[in-house]
Design a protein around this ligand. Structure first.
Ligand SMILES: Nc1nc2c(ncn2[C@@H]2O[C@H](COP(=O)(O)OP(=O)(O)OP(=O)(O)O)[C@@H](O)[C@H]2O)c(=O)[nH]1
Length: 309
C-alpha cells in the first residue's frame, strides 16, 4: 500500500556475459515473456534486444549486448583489453547499470577484463552468478564468491537460477535501486521495442539452431516476408506469417529441409507453437529455404536482411 508514496525508478541496464552463460534466459525471465532467443549453441544473440520489465517499484530496460564480451580468439591481452574498452563504451552508452552474468563456478580472465571495462565506463556492476541450480556442491558457492569479488567493487552480488527463476526478486530490487528515480519510459504491457515481425523471425532462427545444432551453416538467416494480422471469428485475431530461411549453397538447403522435408516441417511446427504463445493468437506459418550466394559477405544484402551490428 505505502508503495504509492515511494518514488518509482526507471533506467537502462546492460546485460553482459560470455556466450552461453544464460543472458537471454535471464532477460526472458525478468521480462516474463519470451523475447530473446535461447539455445545451447554459443553466440545465439546477434541483435541487441531491449527487454522491458515493469514492476511495482519501477521499470528496467534491459539491453542484451552481444558485442562486449565475445570470445576474441588468440589475441594478446592488451589488444583484447583495448577492444573490450571500445566495445564497452559503445554498448554502454546511456545505461545506468550493468549486470555481468557468469555461470556458477566459472570465472576466467575475460570476465575480469569485462569487469574492468565496465568500471572504466563508470557504470555500477552487479555480478549475477547464474545457473546455481547446476552446482552439485552448494558449499562451493561462498568461497567462489569470495574469490571473484576479491579486489573488485561490485555494486552487489546475486546468485540466481534464470531457468528456475530463483533469486530474481532480490536482483530486481537491487537493479531498481541502482537506476534513477523516474517514471517508466514504456507502457506497463510493453515487453520489447522489437516488432512482432522481428520476433517471429527470431523464433524461426531459434528452432534452426536448436534442431540443426553444429550442422547449421553459419551463414543462415531468416527473413519474414509476410506478417499479416487478420480478424478471426473464433479467436479475435490470427497471424499469417511467411518466413524465408536464407542459406548460401544448395547443399545447405538440403540440410535445412531434411529427408522428405521432415526437418523444415519440424522447425516450422515448433516455431509456430512459440509464436502462438508469444502473440496469444493463432498463427499460420509457412517456411521456405532459399539460396543466395555470398550474402554473408555482402553488406548491402546484410542490411536488406535486417542486420544491425
Ligand atoms: N541449469 C540451468 N541452465 C540455464 C540457466 N540459465 C540458462 N541456462 C541454459 O543455458 C543455455 C544458454 O542460455 P542462453 O540464455 O541462450 O545463453 P546466452 O548467454 O544468452 O548465450 P548467447 O546468446 O550465446 O550469448 C540454455 O540451454 C539455457 O537453457 C540456469 O539458471 N540453469
Amino acid at each position: 500500500m505505502h508503495d504509492t508514496f515511494t518514488p518509482r525508478h526507471s533506467g537502462a541496464v546492460a546485460v553482459i556475459g560470455r556466450p552461453n552463460v544464460g543472458k537471454s534466459t535471464l532477460v526472458n525471465a525478468l521480462v516474463g515473456a519470451k523475447i530473446s532467443i535461447t539455445s545451447n549453441r554459443p553466440q545465439t544473440t546477434r541483435h541487441r534486444v531491449l527487454g522491458i520489465a515493469t514492476f511495482p517499484g519501477g521499470q528496467l530496460q534491459l539491453v542484451d549486448t552481444p558485442g562486449i564480451h565475445r570470445e576474441q580468439g588468440r589475441r594478446s591481452a592488451k589488444a583484447m583489453n583495448r577492444m573490450m574498452n571500445r566495445a564497452a563504451r559503445n554498448a554502454l552508452d546511456g545505461v545506468d547499470a550493468a549486470m555481468l552474468v557468469i555461470a556458477a563456478g566459472r570465472w576466467d580472465d575475460e570476465d575480469g577484463l569485462a569487469f574492468e571495462a565496465l568500471r572504466k565506463a563508470g557504470v555500477p556492476v552487479v555480478l549475477v552468478i547464474n545457473q546455481v541450480d547446476r552446482l552439485k556442491d552448494k558449499s562451493t558457492l561462498l568461497p567462489f564468491i569470495a574469490e571473484v569479488t576479491a579486489g573488485r567493487d561490485f555494486a552487489a552480488v546475486h546468485p540466481v537460477s534464470a531457468l528456475k527463476r530463483s533469486g530474481l526478486d532480490a536482483l530486481v530490487q537491487t537493479l531498481l535501486a541502482l537506476v534513477p528515480e523516474g517514471e517508466p519510459v514504456y507502457g506497463e504491457d510493453e515487453i520489447t521495442d522489437k516488432s512482432q515481425r522481428f520476433l517471429a523471425g527470431e523464433l524461426v532462427r531459434e528452432q534452426l539452431m536448436r534442431q540443426l545444432g553444429a550442422e547449421l551453416p553459419y551463414a543462415t538467416t531468416v527473413e519474414v516476408e509476410r506478417f499479416e494480422e487478420e480478424p478471426s471469428p473464433q479467436a479475435g485475431v490470427m497471424y499469417r506469417i511467411d518466413a524465408v530461411i536464407w542459406v548460401e549453397r544448395e547443399g545447405q538447403k538440403a540440410i535445412v529441409i531434411g529427408k522428405g522435408g521432415e526437418r523444415l516441417r519440424e522447425i516450422g511446427a515448433r516455431a509456430r507453437v512459440q509464436m502462438e504463445r508469444l502473440f496469444g493468437a493463432k498463427v499460420f506459418l509457412q517456411t521456405w529455404v532459399r539460396v543466395r550466394e555470398g550474402w554473408s559477405d555482402d553488406e548491402a544484402a546484410l542490411r536488406e536482411l535486417g542486420y544491425q551490428e
